[in-house]
Write a protein that binds this ligand. Structure first.
Ligand code: FAD
Length: 464
């Protein structure tokens, strides 16, 4: 149903003419997200950019009352099609003007933010007040905290510090009527209501619209040590990951890069990575005492040596450490520029199953003659096998789709999951029943219908 001028005027009345877009040239920028490789863009009928909580609530109410599909959008960096607008002349509500940090409380170690605050800017502001916000998705320089909550984003520090959900103390949410719902509080403990903040984590814009988020902050570590461990055999690297976990050491970061990924990162960044390596582990340990950190680092090095690593480079200063992490953060862009299409997966397995999963990804892609680069948060069991291909080549793409199916089958057989952190969105909705069962899908749909009776909140995502 095309959008009428009178409805456009009502949106303008709420947010101002310059913050309501209806021209196709402007709308196109909101028709896709970072999962463009295998999903088609959808042009919405209208984009609204409210600047205040009140405007946000009124936009939700107006769109819902008029039967418009609603897709909330942070920065559109998700990798699962979760912020591609719904078909049917939908409304996109973008949160980029809701970008204020409302409070950072040093004494009680929390912050209150609007949903459009950029993740890295928030972490920097917290650091400026002597506090630490650990979740650090690779997209942190552009992603929003609202988007991070809606996807329960992880990042490089998930192993020790957890993921976004572990830092949500409370929220304000607009329901489908545009009414403000509150959950959680500024207190460490809270059992007053349902734990709706937990429900909203990974909700992918399907249950309501976050208006404010109360975020837990922690003291920063006092010492850290980073190292790059070189392996001439990929199996030895994945065994070292399992070995470190089994030795009860919890590094803050334990990342895996296979040979192909190292090759593309090095070509992209010239960071000085050892391209002859079959695999690298990038590891950081941190803590409150220098001596303990040294001991943990030595224990990690011992496990790596026992697993037959070729050599270990320890970062001797902050610059060298940053170089290691900068190289890691470039894994996705570096692989993405290698071929016209990258199919990046997020299969996650119990950590002890990493060696089996890595071997399976390589054999699945090899037997279909596909090029793959695998990297990821190995310490979390969270791998990103990335198949490099060209979607326009139908024969090749059919092989890619078969490979992805098999990768998921193996992950599930190993008691893993379809997605550790990138979400389901549109991209993986078709596999949901395989991981769960029909009753789980129906239970989730019932919950969803109770909170969204007209099924207008991002309805083609997650459970379809
Ligand atoms: C280069 C790159 C690296 C990445 N690295 C990582 C990584 O290491 N770890 C990781 O977990 N992820 C990673 N990601 C994906 C990451 O999850 C997303 O980038 C991020 O969490 C999404 O934030 P966003 O602001 O872009 O949200 P969007 O993509 O705009 O939206 C994501 C979802 O959130 C919903 N949403 C947004 N705002 C609200 C709101 N106010 N209320 C309700 N729903 C809302 C949207 O409807 C959508 O469903 C990476 C992505 C890229 C491109």
């Amino acid at each position: 149903m095309p959008i009428s001028q009178s409805l456009i005027n009502e949106f303008i009345k709420i947010a101002g003419r310059e913050n309501i877009l209806t021209e196709e040239a402007d709308l196109q920028s909101y028709s896709y997200d970072a999962a463009t490789a295998d999903l088609n863009p959808v042009i919405p009928a209208l984009v609204a950019a409210p600047a205040t909580k009140e405007q946000l609530g009124l936009c939700v109410k107006l769109a819902y009352e008029n039967g418009r599909p609603i897709t909330v959008r942070g920065s559109g960096t998700n990798l699962s099609g979760a912020s591609i607008p719904e078909p049917g002349d939908g409304v996109v509500i973008v949160t980029n003007r809701l970008n204020r940090i409302l409070e950072i409380n040093e004494t009680d170690m929390y912050a209150v933010v609007e949903p459009g605050v950029i993740t890295a800017q928030f972490a920097t502001a917290a650091a400026g007040r002597g506090l630490f916000y650990p979740p650090d998705p690779g997209s942190q320089s552009v992603s929003t905290l609202g988007g991070n909550v809606a996807l329960n984003a992880g990042g490089l520090r998930g192993l020790k510090y957890g993921v976004t959900k572990d830092y949500i103390m409370g929220m304000e949410i607009f329901d489908y009527r545009g009414e403000l719902v509150k959950t959680g509080s500024r207190t460490v403990k809270y059992v007053t209501g349902y734990n709706m903040a937990a429900l909203m984590s990974a909700s992918e814009g399907t249950l309501g619209v976050f208006a404010e988020i109360i975020i837990k902050l922690v003291p920063p570590p006092k010492a850290s040590k980073a190292m790059l461990v070189v392996f001439d055999d990929i199996n030895k690297a994945s065994e070292a990951v399992a070995g470190i976990i089994a030795a009860r050491i919890v590094p803050c970061t334990l990342e895996f890069l296979d040979k192909n990924t190292v090759k593309y990162i090095e070509a992209f960044t010239r960071a000085g990575l050892p391209v002859e390596a079959e695999a690298l582990l990038l590891i950081e340990v941190d803590g409150g005492h220098v001596q303990l950190v040294e001991e943990d680092a030595e224990q990690v090095a011992q496990v790596c040596r026992k697993c037959g690593c070729a050599n270990i480079r320890v970062a001797s200063n902050a610059e060298e450490k940053n170089k290691i992490w900068e190289a890691r953060r470039n894994a996705l862009p570096a692989l993405a520029q290698a071929r016209p299409t990258i199919i990046l997966e997020d299969a996650t397995v119990p950590r002890s199953k990493i060696p089996e999963m890595v071997a399976a990804v390589n054999s699945i892609t090899k037997k279909r003659n596909l090029e793959v680069g695998t990297f990821g948060h190995a310490g979390d069991g969270n791998l990103h096998p990335s198949i490099l291909c060209d979607r326009r080549n139908k024969e090749e793409f059919a092989r890619v789709e078969e490979a992805v199916d098999e990768i998921f089958d193996v992950a599930l057989k190993l008691q893993g999951t379809l997605s550790g952190e990138h979400g389901i969105g549109q991209a993986k909705a078709k596999w949901m029943e395989k991981e769960t069962n029909r009753a789980t899908i129906e239970f989730s749909q019932n919950l969803r219908r109770a909170l969204d009776p007209k099924m207008l909140f991002n309805s083609g995502k997650k459970f379809v």
